[in-house]
Design a protein around this ligand. Structure first.
Ligand code: URA
Length: 190
């Protein structure tokens, strides 16, 4: 994992790196059963060098708790029974939070694939369209969400991005139903 992080830190071919303050590598437990994959860091993440620490990240943490997940291994108890690992398709903040281009996604995909193979999650959650484009080559998150897909023999669930949920209260109901499917699948794996 350290090698992957340093390969990214030394990678000079992605323009997004130049405009960013920090490499935003990951957060959570690298031995986690569930791996959440977002889009790209925002302002707060760029400053702190940690994914999902801004408003969307706070919502993500809130969503994890009721299904027994935490990104902090030290928080494990009788209610928080499993850990999560979190990263992004793109590890640098795009200027003005623009969407990463298909070329940028393609360029960074081998790193993401390596990242997934190191974590060996039992379940992948693809947060939003950028993540779905990278991992299952599909977009249209409102149709994709709630259905299971396969990524290299790992079950993958697309979900609406928490930043979208912050703007669309009505979508929270669907997100809750997706979270319950993830919990059920995790239970079946145990
Ligand atoms: N949105 C993302 O997709 N990733 C982050 O790390 C923060 C916000």
């Amino acid at each position: 994992m350290e090698q992957l992080k340093s390969s990214l830190a030394n990678y000079e071919y992605c323009e997004l790196k130049k405009g960013s303050r920090n490499l935003v590598f990951s957060s959570g437990d690298p031995d986690a059963e569930v791996m959440f994959i977002g889009e790209a860091p925002g302002r707060e993440e760029d400053i702190q060098g940690v994914p999902f620490v801004g408003r969307a990240g706070q919502l993500l943490d809130k969503m994890l708790r009721p299904i027994g997940l935490t990104r902090d291994k030290n928080n494990l108890n009788e209610k928080l029974t499993t850990t999560a690992y979190i990263c992004n398709v793109i590890p640098w903040r795009p200027p003005h939070n623009r969407d990463p281009s298909p070329e940028e996604i393609k360029m960074m995909l081998p790193f993401l694939k390596k990242h997934i193979s190191l974590v060996q999650p039992k379940i992948i959650v693809a947060l939003g369209n950028i993540s779905c484009r990278a991992l299952i080559d599909q977009t249209g998150i409102t149709k994709l969400r709630g259905n299971w897909f396969d990524f290299d023999n790992v079950p993958l669930m697309p979900m609406c991005h928490p930043a979208y949920l912050l703007r669309n209260n009505a979508a929270k109901k669907d997100a809750w139903s997706d979270l319950l499917k993830i919990k059920e699948r995790l239970g079946n794996l145990a």
